[in-house]
Design a binder for this molecule. Structure first.
Ligand SMILES: Nc1ncnc2c1ncn2[C@@H]1O[C@H](COP(=O)(O)OP(=O)(O)OP(=O)(O)O)[C@@H](O)[C@H]1O
Ligand SMILES: O=C(O)C[C@@H](O)[C@H](O)C(=O)CO
Length: 651
């Protein structure tokens, strides 16, 4: 069916979403009452915000028009939208009010308890002067969710935005989004009830319907908008006041699109069948649905395509935990559409899960200069040799963080700075490093273990739940493809367990492969170890490898490119090599397309630390010496890469 909507050309934005912008606190226990829930995941939420986020993730240029409090949650929401590529220039900050909160649970596949904490919240205080014709007119479309007409003040502001849209050739979209509790029609804690008939709400919606070009809702939502006794009577009542394109969401059945006259039966309208999947959680599926629909609609694609995207996005989100984070990227959507017939449990499909992890917006790390001081045994030995107490290692590691901070500032290294710090001696150092935008790796291997053991026993997953999300799991493993079979299998099982735990916890993984010296080393030993892990379905974001020759780098580049184009890269390890040796290994890696930088430790910290622990130098001298070593390496790395760029330009 042809999409007849006309959009202004040359607009900077595809869609502006006006409305709720809140934090979702989602119970992590599935099948639990909200009373019994013990932990909550924090996500971006609010229907309009979910759509701004979902459309941005799908590649549209979206903007959010709303308000947050001057609080931690508001900053989290704005950051989350920004990182997804959504324009947040019109997310205002309200010093008087707090950001809204929602608590949600998944009791069973039909019961989703939900409490809105929205009294006098920031997003219900959007101000009329916070936007103008210039902003609204910079978009092809304006979307508003029905609830934003539930208070007199927000009704006025939403109507003003609508008027500016209509005056500036901006298409207008209404997601009816009926939440009886937000119209004061159900008990305060009853956010779950989706339908309460109300003449007052129907009258209200009838008043605004004429302003919209596209209206989307479930059958129940069209019932409240039309006020009839059944869906057809209600659609006719909507049609009496609105010429909009109407899209009726029919759950797993798909959806209907109606232009012009309302048919006698919904089945007689243009229908696009959905794909049925097992439901985990319906919350947010409607927001995903409309995000998918808009991806097609705003690009002038026909209604078959709009509905195909919409149904698929809805299906993917009902199978996952959370609303916004469950939204698919274009790569996931393509994959799901190509395999939908067999994907009745999309959340169980490993390829889809990997695409969801790797193809959504991620912080870019084009180059990494990492100072590694996650060593435990070596620092313990250094302290022993110097006669210093074990407790001094913690203080030493905090000084090393200061050195990195100073280097970052003096070299303008923001976005390229990293550290590797352990949680045994380095907890205070880790805390000091976290939140600065650094790349932070944290080891999980028991030092020296072969077969690999984790520092806290087998249950690695239960340990990761307490880690900040920005920490990258670093695991050193003495892996050799020709190791005795029993040892190799045990190590591989441990790495697989770690990889699986990382998929659940959401942390990135760095695997450091050092083949043990006791076994013969061939030219392709490391390559075969990496290949073997790919064969086992293990795709770490990062590899940390020893210096390779340029031909070995070519082989690694080709392997990574073939097996995991989403891999973030390879970094070079140091192994206490002298600076001249590291410089030579940088040189060998100069043409590598996967090598992103280095992670070096002892070459930088060993000698200054020994002297500091022995009381020979003070804090300032330690920092200065460590900085000198680190900065020398950074200089060498950057010079190699710059020469490379110059040579490539010259060629
Ligand atoms: N079992 C299912 N299988 C496949 N897709 C489904 C299933 N259930 C729902 N969906 C998809 O999710 C979309 C939205 O579902 P729903 O009717 O619950 O919307 P909603 O009430 O607006 O959701 P919300 O307001 O919680 O975001 C449906 O139109 C459909 O695309
Ligand atoms: O839209 C809301 O305010 C509730 C949301 O926070 C939540 O993401 C949801 O249920 C979306 O449908």
């Amino acid at each position: 069916m042809k999409n007849n909507a006309h959009f202004a050309s040359g607009r900077a934005l595809d869609v502006i979403c006006l409305g709720r912008l809140a934090v979702d606190l989602y119970a992590q226990q599935i099948g639990s009452t909200l009373e019994d829930a013990t932990s909550f995941a924090k996500y971006l939420g609010g229907s309009s915000a979910n759509i701004a986020f979902g459309t941005a993730r799908l590649g549209l240029k979206s903007a959010m028009l709303s308000k947050v409090g001057d609080d931690h949650m508001g900053r989290f929401l704005t950051d989350t939208l920004r990182k997804e590529g959504c324009d947040v220039s019109h997310v205002a900050i309200d010093p008087e009010r707090l950001t809204a909160l929602v608590m949600l649970g998944i009791k069973d596949k039909d019961t989703f308890p939900l409490i809105f904490f929205r009294e006098n919240c920031a997003d219900m205080a959007i101000e009329a002067d916070s936007f103008d014709a210039g902003f609204i007119g910079s978009s092809k479309a304006l979307l508003i969710t029905g609830t934003h007409f539930s208070s007199a003040a927000m009704h006025a502001v939403s109507s003003q935005a609508l008027a500016l849209a209509r005056a500036n050739n901006v298409r207008t979209v209404l997601d009816i989004d009926y939440r009886p509790v937000l119209w004061g029609l159900s008990g305060k804690a009853d956010g779950e009830t989706r339908f309460v008939s109300s003449d007052a709400v129907t009258r209200h919606l009838q008043g605004i319907l004429p302003q919209f070009d596209l209206v989307v809702g479930t059958e129940e939502e069209f019932m409240i908008a039309g006020g009839g006794d059944d869906i057809i009577a209600s659609l006719k009542a909507v049609r009496a006041v609105s010429g909009a394109t109407l899209v009726v969401k029919r759950g797993p059945l798909g959806c209907a699109v109606i232009e012009g006259a309302i048919p006698g039966k919904l089945d007689d309208a243009f229908n696009y069948r959905g794909v049925q999947v097992d439901v985990l959680n319906v919350l947010g599926a409607g927001d995903a649905f409309i995000s998918g629909f808009l991806k097609g609609w705003l690009r002038g694609e026909d209604y078959d395509a709009c509905c195909r995207y919409a149904n698929a996005c809805g299906a993917l989100v009902v199978s996952r935990h959370g609303c916004a984070p469950a939204m698919p990227s274009p790569a996931e959507l393509d994959y799901f559409l190509a395999h939908a017939a067999r994907l009745t449990q999309p959340d169980q499909d490993a390829t889809l899960a990997r695409l969801h992890r790797t193809t959504v917006a991620r912080k870019q790390w084009d180059e990494l200069c990492v100072f590694a001081f996650d060593h435990r045994t070596q620092f313990f030995e250094l302290a022993q040799q110097a006669g210093a107490p074990e407790a001094s290692i913690s203080a030493l590691k905090q000084l090393l963080v200061q050195a990195v901070a100073q280097t970052e500032t003096s070299l303008g290294l923001a976005g390229r700075t990293g550290v590797l710090i352990d949680g045994r001696y380095g907890v205070d150092a880790l805390n000091a490093a976290t939140g600065r935008g650094w790349w932070i790796g944290r080891p999980v291997e028991l030092p020296g273990s072969n077969p690999l053991q984790f520092d806290w026993g087998r249950s690695i997953g239960s340990h990761l739940v307490s880690w900040p999300k920005e920490h990258v799991i670093k695991c050193l493993v003495q892996l050799h493809p020709d190791d005795v079979v029993a040892n190799r299998l045990e190590q591989e099982a441990q790495i697989k367990a770690l990889y699986d735990a990382a998929q659940i916890s959401g942390h990135e993984l760095l695997l450091e492969i050092i083949p043990p010296e006791s076994l013969p080393q061939g030219d392709d030993t490391v390559l075969r170890a990496v290949k073997r892990l790919y064969n086992l379905g293990i795709y770490p974001e990062w590899w940390k490898l020893e210096g390779l020759s340029s031909s070995q780098w070519r082989a690694i580049d080709a392997l990574v490119q073939e097996r995991d184009p989403y891999c973030r890269g390879v970094v070079l390890l140091g192994l206490n090599a002298p600076i001249a040796e590291l410089a030579a290994s940088f040189e060998e890696a100069r043409h590598s397309t996967t090598c992103r930088g280095f992670m070096v430790g002892r070459t930088i910290f060993q000698e200054p630390s020994r002297r500091w622990l022995a009381g020979e130098i003070d804090d300032a001298a330690l920092i200065a010496a460590v900085r000198a070593n680190f900065e020398q390496l950074i200089g060498l790395w950057q010079r190699t890469r710059q020469n490379n760029v110059q040579l490539e330009r010259a060629a």
